[in-house]
Design a protein around this ligand. Structure first.
Ligand code: ARG
Length: 584
């Protein structure tokens, strides 16, 4: 389905042509003076230069041609040469009726859609899930859903940090606590127990303690390093322990992500990329791409066009250890072999932007991807506390994700309980939905790259630019529709009031908002759009007697209009990754 602006631009272009001017001057935009008109065309100004005429004369010529055009109810030439346009109500209704009945509201799929891997989440196994990973999960989930909406096959991969020093730290600490366990006995040849020797709460205590200890106790740090090395060499007891750590951590992560409405198609991690490293290094060596620099093996990635220094990508240290970049390169190889993606999107802290620049350049040089494969880092900023510093607990430590979601939930529950509409079992469900909307919208309304301040009072408010306000708008419409009865088949009719028309015009802007969000990987474009749309919906609701309207035909039109509004809002919040309750 063509966009409304495209259609009316065609009308105006034909009018330019009919008046004896080139049609290319007929581009129409949304008016920047809504008090004067809904749409405008400024083409008469540049045309005036080409035709050596006064712009107002050209605008007048074109206006004459548009006088009988059924698309417009008003066409005015205004000094110095603007064309001010208002849409004909019937034309608008016909267009929105197509929107209502078309699949996906007539929003065109990306003709170049293909397969997209979205790398997000990025939690580190054995370490508790921190706020730092919250943004990746929230933004990544939304970007993945937007990619899917535009026709791409999407693979969300959480790319667990599961192969690093944290594993050795946990193993070394466990050995101190329970040296008798069979995992540490090198002579042991039996089966390892199926039950892990620790719970998630044990792990949550073990890792931070071990990490702190390694900073003071050199011998312990050495042992943790050695354990990491031996694990990576495949020592059976350590591998068995590692599997336990993975299983226990993943179950806990899954629980957290479920609550966040975040789900991954695959749960691969750094460990899964390891088998790809040796053959990849061999190729890099043979092609002469790997060069030695201060004992390390590196790939030079500086380009002559660079204005600043881009240091080489270090692939292997002098002691033979591989690095974060090595794993990311091997992961690219793995993904290309598994899914042949057209695009890989990395939703990772923006402080890692140099890392990704180096990795992407090295991947291209090494031929790990096709020249047309898009590699893109969507770097996000920091979530700060009200003091403008990275968000902390009251005690000053890094806040655990679960603590934060619990705090928001308690805060919202108090509001829900005050509200008489929801009672009994519904309280928990409604609370969870509102809390999630508050948290996610509070994040997603900002451009990903921006730092933002976490402010529970503001995020959870039922008024203003917030998630709960959007939900409230939807719930209110649902309640009217519920009282009205069957509404799903009612057609959109010509607007009866200015508020109805404003709401309809806002609905026609959906494709632009979604396309912007898709192109720029910017869920904030959807937030901005639904905030505007909800505003028009609420204005319409306040100014219109919907359920008490006596003219049944008029009423049907009102109901069809809010029905479409509800569906659009619900689709948009689904793309953001949350949903509305029945009541609130
Ligand atoms: N685990 C990493 C971290 O906590 C994030 C992983 C991001 N993804 C990637 N392919 N490097 O910083």
């Amino acid at each position: 389905m063509d966009k409304l602006l495209t259609i009316i631009s065609e009308h105006v272009s034909s009018a330019f042509l009919a008046a004896g001017y080139e049609s290319s001057y007929g581009r129409v935009t949304v008016s920047n003076r809504p008090d004067l008109c809904e749409y405008q065309c400024n083409g008469a100004m540049p045309a005036a230069k080409a035709y050596h005429k006064a712009p107002i004369q050209i605008a007048n010529d074109v206006a004459v041609q548009l006088r009988d055009d059924a698309a417009f109810s008003e066409v005015q030439a205004a000094a110095p040469g603007f064309l001010n346009l208002r849409l004909a109500p019937a034309f608008l209704a016909k267009y929105l009726e197509q929107t209502r009945t078309a699949p996906r509201f007539g929003v065109a799929r990306d003709p170049k859609a293909g397969t997209v891997v979205v790398d997000y989440g990025g939690a580190n196994v054995a370490k508790p899930l921190h706020i730092g990973h919250l943004r990746s999960a929230i933004i990544g989930e939304s970007i993945k859903r937007i990619q899917h909406f535009f026709g791409n096959e999407t693979v969300g991969d959480t790319h667990l940090g599961d192969w690093g020093l944290q594993m050795g730290l946990v193993i070394a600490a466990l050995q101190d606590q329970q040296p008798e366990l069979c995992y540490f006995d090198e002579a042991y040849t039996g089966e390892y127990p199926a039950e892990p020797p620790f719970t998630i709460s044990d792990l949550e205590r073990i890792y931070p303690a071990a990490s702190a200890r390694s900073k003071e106790d050199e011998a312990f740090a050495r042992r943790a390093h050695d354990a990491t090395y031996e694990l990576q060499q495949g020592r059976p007891g350590y591998m068995a322990l590692w599997k336990h750590i993975m299983a226990v951590s993943k179950a806990d992560l899954r629980k957290n992500y479920d609550k966040l409405g975040v789900s991954f198609e695959v749960w691969l991690g750094e460990s899964d990329a390891q088998p790809y490293i040796p053959p990849m290094l061999e190729e890099m060596r043979q092609s002469g791409l790997l060069v030695e620099s201060e004992g390390a093996q590196v790939i030079e990635v500086q380009e002559p066009t660079d204005t600043k220094e881009v240091p080489p990508c270090i692939i292997m240290k002098s002691d033979g250890a591989t690095l974060y970049a090595t794993t990311d390169l091997a992961t690219i190889r793995q993904r290309m072999e598994t899914w042949k993606p057209d695009r890989i999107l990395y939703v990772v802290d923006k402080r890692q932007s140099l890392h990704f620049e180096q990795v992407f350049r090295a991947a291209r040089k090494a031929g790990l991807v096709q020249p047309e494969t898009e590699l893109r880092h969507i770097g996000y900023g920091t979530m700060n506390g009200k003091d403008g510093k990275p968000f902390k607990t009251r005690a000053g430590g890094a806040m655990r994700l679960e603590t934060l979601t619990n705090e928001i939930t308690d805060f919202v529950r108090a509001k829900v309980e005050e509200n008489t509409l929801v009672t009994g079992d519904d309280v928990a469900d409604t609370t969870a939905k509102i809390a999630l909307a508050a948290l996610k919208y509070g994040d997603l309304m900002n451009a990903p790259t921006k730092d933002y301040i976490f402010d529970m009072d503001r995020f959870a408010a039922f008024e203003g630019n917030t998630g709960p306000y959007i939900l409230y708008t939807i719930v209110r419409i649902k309640s009217i529709l519920g009282r009205y009865g069957a509404w799903e088949e009612l057609p959109i009719t010509a607007p009866e009031t200015p508020e109805a028309k404003d709401l309809m015009l806002a609905l026609t802007r959906l494709p632009d908002a979604l396309e912007l969000a898709y192109r720029d990987c910017a869920p904030n474009a959807i937030c901005a759009y639904i905030y505007e749309l909800a505003g028009f919906a609420n204005k319409f609701y306040h100014e219109t007697r919907i359920l008490t309207e006596e003219d049944a035909e008029k009423q049907k039109g009102y109901i069809a209009l809010i029905g479409l509004t509800k569906r659009v809002l619900e689709t948009c919040i689904d793309l953001l990754g949350f949903e509305a309750p029945e009541k609130m």
